[in-house]
Design a protein around this ligand. Structure first.
Ligand code: F6P
Length: 326
């Protein structure tokens, strides 16, 4: 195995709170262990356009608390082509980079996996996405902050929902995964969560809402995961308006505000541990793995497992939500 002297770091795909804490941890742990570091701007795009600069410890000062990513991020189509990756490799070599740390979600780690295999370059992935949808890790960087943001927003919406005695459908992000919707619903005492993993919930929704209103409730909140499977908050609200015209239905789509803000302590600590672990992994000759966390222990998850391997959602949480929303 060729000796590693210089490590490149990039963030890619949708930004997530805690990415900066991860950049800081990778940079500082690398320098502490005698490596040099290059920051690559705008994800894989910056590899192609040569936006690569030396990173010293000062480059990552005062960023642990900042949302977004100081390295910027992008979704890069050219990197999906063999020609694009060839160019990226040439640029990487011209900067003397021998290993890569990629912070991002499913798509970004897929890119890292292909690149690593094609050019035999050591790549370590850090799971950076609010969606929490990467297999092999209990948590992804950004998920806890997004969950807390959802909680604050839903708490506020509840005030107006209660005052007006309305039924609210609140749409949250998650791409194809329902972690944010389900745990967001539990954290806010919502009446239901509609998630893509469990489509039968959609059919039972009318019944559930009716029961709630008939019994003790004059207002209801339903968290809906964005997804063609759930139909999104708009789709569900339309259906409810048709089926139960007596209810005063409103929709709120939380959108990109879920990706912003200063990371929570949990995300800062997770990102710091994972960032340092990425350097440990390289020093242990680990190749092409994602850093994960399982039962509060750092684990190495091969890219082949982490990517496109449906991470199961804990169905008992849905039952808990049902029990607690009577
Ligand atoms: O993967 C993170 C995420 O925020 C998803 O939850 C969402 O579906 C998607 O990115 C939105 O992407 P964009 O910012 O490109 O619209």
């Amino acid at each position: 195995m060729a000796e590693i002297k210089c490590i490149g770091i990039l963030t890619s795909g949708g930004d997530a709170p805690g990415m900066n804490a991860a950049i800081r941890a990778v940079t500082r742990a690398a320098i502490y262990n005698g490596f040099s570091v290059k920051g690559i701007y705008r994800g894989y795009k910056g590899l192609l356009t040569n936006e690569i600069v030396d990173f010293k410890t000062q480059n990552v000062s005062n960023i642990i608390q900042a949302g977004g990513t100081i390295l910027k991020t992008a979704r890069c189509k050219e990197f999906q082509t063999p020609e694009g990756r060839q160019q990226a490799y040439a640029n990487l070599k011209s900067h003397g980079i021998d290993a890569l740390v990629v912070i991002g979600g499913d798509g970004s780690l897929t890119g890292a996996r292909i690149f690593a295999n094609e050019f035999n370059i050591p790549c370590i992935g850090l799971p950076g996405t609010i969606d929490n949808d990467l297999f092999g890790t209990d948590r992804t960087i950004g998920y806890d902050t997004a969950l807390n943001t959802i909680m604050e927003c839903v708490d506020k919406i509840r005030d107006t929902a209660t005052s007006h005695e309305r039924l609210f459908f609140i749409e949250v992000m998650g791409r194809d995964a329902g972690f944010l919707a389900l745990n967001g619903a539990i954290a806010t005492g919502s009446e239901a969560a509609i998630i893509p993993e469990i489509s039968t919930e959609v059919d039972q929704l009318g019944q559930l809402i009716q029961n709630g209103f008939r019994k003790s409730k004059n207002s209801s909140i339903v968290l809906v995961a964005e997804s063609p499977v759930t139909g999104g908050a708009m789709g569900l609200a339309e259906r409810m308006r048709r089926e139960f015209p007596e209810y005063d239905v409103r929709v709120s789509i939380l959108g990109h505000l879920q990706r912003g803000g200063s990371p929570t302590a949990a995300d800062r600590i997770l990102a710091s541990r994972m960032g340092a672990a990425a350097i440990d992994a390289l020093m242990e000759d680990q190749r092409n793995v994602m850093i994960g966390i399982k039962n509060d222990q750092i684990v190495y998850v091969p890219f082949s497992k982490a990517i496109k391997n449906d991470k199961p959602i804990d169905r008992t949480l849905l039952e808990t939500l049902r029990i607690l929303s009577i």
